[in-house]
Design a protein around this ligand. Structure first.
Ligand code: BGC
Length: 739
């Protein structure tokens, strides 16, 4: 063949290849053109796999037939290469061979369990949080998962609500930073890489403001509050590229979120131009009728598709009614097409049309089990999540050569309770969870005597173990007690009206504190708990949340000073349940109290001070940090200018350590009342003992903006206070004017 002929043959034979190199949008359109109405509606339908003792797979013959008939677009709760491959094979028998999307709640780790999200938020360490999600995504994607139903970015101001454990706490600014970090972690270098999963920011919107803290309850909220405090973390997650979003269960001002045109169609799809998938929450399309917003499932399906919900998780309302609604002319086919396109686009982006088994690779899955670097990252984030609340008499850190330790309480030898709610059960994981007992044992000298007594269970009235526990305490130099909520006491549908320790744990603490021995109390929980007077009498209090599979090692690191605790509370801790909802960035009132004492004719209670037990941002260190007065570069700022604020922080204690320096502002007078403080900056610094560091912040007009009563995002001239300190309560103060 001469060279010219060879060239022509090569060009022509490669032409179809070039012809196939269409954009994703063109490829989506070409698939859509082939689809029947039923196949389109099938893409909008999502089912859960059925958990069998053998694993998460659907044995339901009807579901299997629907998959083979192209009546399903996605499944959740099907995990593992074997199971996802098996089910994907069924989808490959359908007429158009459109691959399924496999979604899963990857809330705080997949194989490796990290601290619960609220605990992670206490680290205020965005890099560590992003890395945790990177690991979770890598592990999940190696197990056939394409899509993670996280991050949850709901602002939570009420600790009675069980799902506070799943988010980043009460603050919009911190919550927005963490939301973006999590999305970056999940999606890594981009959807389509075999170590990335699609993030799903949830629950849209205002779910955390359920009245009375009762899960799923209605939300009644001004649009100003919605825009100012509840929506920004969603926007931050979407700006970071989140590929999907989930409706919430609640109604907002009378309209169920899944049927809420204002939220989904207007804000999300029109104003924010979101192009990804909107998935309902579990059965929330059907829930529209139960809310009383639709007469039946057909009306519910109509309301949801009109509002902009693209995929129906588990309610079957779309499957059973959408075709009819289209035929009756109530739903324009363009709405269905738009929803299908969004779903097909993600399937193309993932690369599933080229290889439906791309994420079902046995070797990759095996390689992601028990990875040492992942375990190390879980330990690192776990120790960073621990918050030191009290350290009277400087009992901590303990010496590794302490003579004897009494290890008491239902959490000391607990295994799975360390993982917390929303952790994934693996048949082989219990050997990989480090108990608190083992974590402590690994630290102390061989000569240290460990006296173990469980004392009581987490949640019953049995006190028969008290006497042995008291004996151990009396015989030891120091007592370490570990108490808390069982892993299913915070989480979805786990709201509590009583935020005290469950069972007889408080009584056990009283008995142990009564021995007069130095007591270190570890508190494991998914939410802020209310502290009894006995708990306050413990010398040292460490809030450990639910720390994950490396709980024991992380606790050991902190107890014995290998790590100096630096966690800061991402949520206010109430003195009693009666203070809920309690949050630091509240408004002043016309009857604002001048001091934190009980007084009449001021906003407050006649039987309790207003301040929380522990304020937002609070957390001690084994060292101490002093803050200089604030230095403001100028006292006036024009809108196009910036203002530099600095403070010198000195480590005045005896340990090297980290401090999270927090900056808050207050707009003193505006066209709509502004909070008494709002977080606007944070910096984590490490200081060797005796060292000082100048920490600088920059504020610009964007930081001073708020939604006015017309929902316009504006700044207004006038006086602003600026506060910098170690928590939201303990701050240095300055002020400037915006011109
Ligand atoms: C929860 C969601 C979760 C979904 C799927 C619902 O009950 O509210 O957060 O993603 O179930 O498991």
């Amino acid at each position: 063949m001469n060279k010219l002929l060879f060239f022509l043959v090569t060009c022509l034979s490669s032409f179809p290849v070039f012809a196939q190199r269409k954009t994703i949008s063109q490829r989506v359109d070409s698939v859509l053109r082939l689809m029947t109405l039923d196949e389109k509606i099938g893409q909008l339908n999502q089912y859960s796999g059925d958990w069998e003792h053998t694993g998460p797979i659907t044995k339901d013959g009807d579901k299997q037939n629907q998959i083979r008939n192209g009546q399903l677009g996605s499944m959740l709760n099907v995990m593992g290469v074997e199971h996802t491959r098996e089910i994907q094979k069924m989808a490959m028998q359908s007429r158009l061979k459109i691959p399924l999307l496999f979604g899963q709640d990857v809330i705080h780790g997949f194989r490796t369990t990290f601290p619960i999200p609220l605990g992670q938020a206490a680290s205020w360490d965005l890099k560590a949080i992003e890395s945790a999600e990177r690991i979770a995504a890598t592990e999940a994607a190696a197990s056939g998962i394409h899509w993670s139903f996280a991050p949850m970015v709901d602002i939570a101001r009420d600790a009675r609500w069980g799902r506070v454990m799943e988010g980043s706490g009460e603050d919009t600014y911190l919550g927005s930073l963490i939301a973006a970090a999590r999305v970056k972690g999940f999606q890594g270098k981009g959807i389509g890489n075999t170590d990335a999963v699609i993030a799903c920011v949830k629950h849209f919107a205002a779910y955390g403001a359920a009245i009375g803290g009762r899960d799923y309850n209605s939300v009644d909220m001004s649009l100003n509050t919605l825009w100012q405090y509840y929506l920004p973390p969603f926007k931050a997650a979407l700006d970071a590229g989140a590929g999907s979003i989930m409706n919430s269960f609640n109604s907002l001002n009378g309209i169920p979120a899944t049927a809420n045109k204002y939220l989904v169609r207007n804000i999300l799809k029109d104003q924010w131009k979101f192009k990804g998938i909107v998935v309902s929450d579990w059965g929330s399309v059907g829930g529209i009728a139960r809310h009383g917003y639709a007469a039946d499932n057909k009306e519910a399906a109509l309301a949801a598709i009109l509002a902009g919900c693209d995929m129906d998780m588990e309610s079957r309302c779309y499957k059973d009614n959408l075709a009819q609604l289209v035929k009756e002319g109530k739903v324009n086919i363009s709405l269905v097409d738009d929803a299908v396109k969004r779903i097909l686009t993600k399937k193309f982006e993932l690369g599933l049309f080229d290889d439906p088994y791309k994420f079902s690779n046995t070797e990759r899955e095996a390689a992601q089990k028990f990875v040492p670097a992942h375990i190390e990252a879980a330990r690192d984030l776990a120790k960073k999540s621990i918050v030191l609340l009290q350290n009277n008499g400087k009992v901590l850190p303990l010496s590794k050569s302490v003579g004897s330790l009494a290890l008491i309480g239902p959490f000391i030898k607990a295994v799975r309770d360390n993982l917390g709610f929303w952790s994934i059960e693996w048949p082989d994981d219990s050997s990989t969870i480090i108990t608190q007992y083992d974590g402590i044992k690994n630290k102390v000298s061989p000569a240290t005597q460990l006296l173990y007594a469980k004392g009581c269970n987490i949640n019953d009235r049995d006190t028969s173990g008290f006497a042995a526990a008291v004996e151990s305490a009396k015989a030891a130099d120091v007592v370490i007690m570990s108490v808390g909520e069982a892993r299913d006491m915070s989480g979805e549908a786990k709201s509590r009206s009583n935020l005290h320790l469950p069972g007889v744990q408080q009584e056990l603490i009283k008995a142990i504190v009564g021995t007069g021995k130095p007591v270190v109390l570890l508190i494991n929980a998914g939410r802020p708990l209310v502290f009894s007077p006995e708990m306050d009498k413990a010398n040292s209090l460490l809030y450990t949340w639910w720390l994950g599979s490396q709980a024991g090692n992380a606790i050991g690191d902190v107890l014995f000073g290998d790590y100096n605790p630096a966690g800061k509370l991402p949520i206010s801790f109430p003195r009693t349940e009666g203070q809920e909802p309690i949050y630091y960035n509240h408004l002043n009132t016309g009857h604002a109290a001048a001091s934190d004492t009980i007084a009449f004719y001021v906003t407050g209670y006649i039987d309790l001070r207003n301040s929380p037990k522990y304020p937002f941002g609070y957390g001690l260190s084994y060292s101490t940090f002093s803050y200089s007065e604030l230095l403001l570069e100028t006292k006036e700022m024009r809108k196009n200018e910036q203002i530099h604020i600095s403070v010198t922080v000195t480590n005045t204690g005896n340990f090297d350590g980290e401090e999270t320096v927090q900056l808050y502002i207050r707009d003193m007078a505006a066209s709509i009342a502004r909070p008494v403080k709002e977080l606007k900056g944070l910096q984590k610094i490490f200081l060797k003992k005796g060292d000082s560091k100048r920490v600088s912040f920059v504020l610009s007009e964007a930081d001073l903006k708020f939604y006015n009563d017309q929902l316009k995002y504006v700044s207004e001239p006038g006086e602003f206070k600026v506060f910098v300190g170690t928590n939201s309560d303990d701050v240095k103060e300055g002020s400037f004017r915006l011109l």
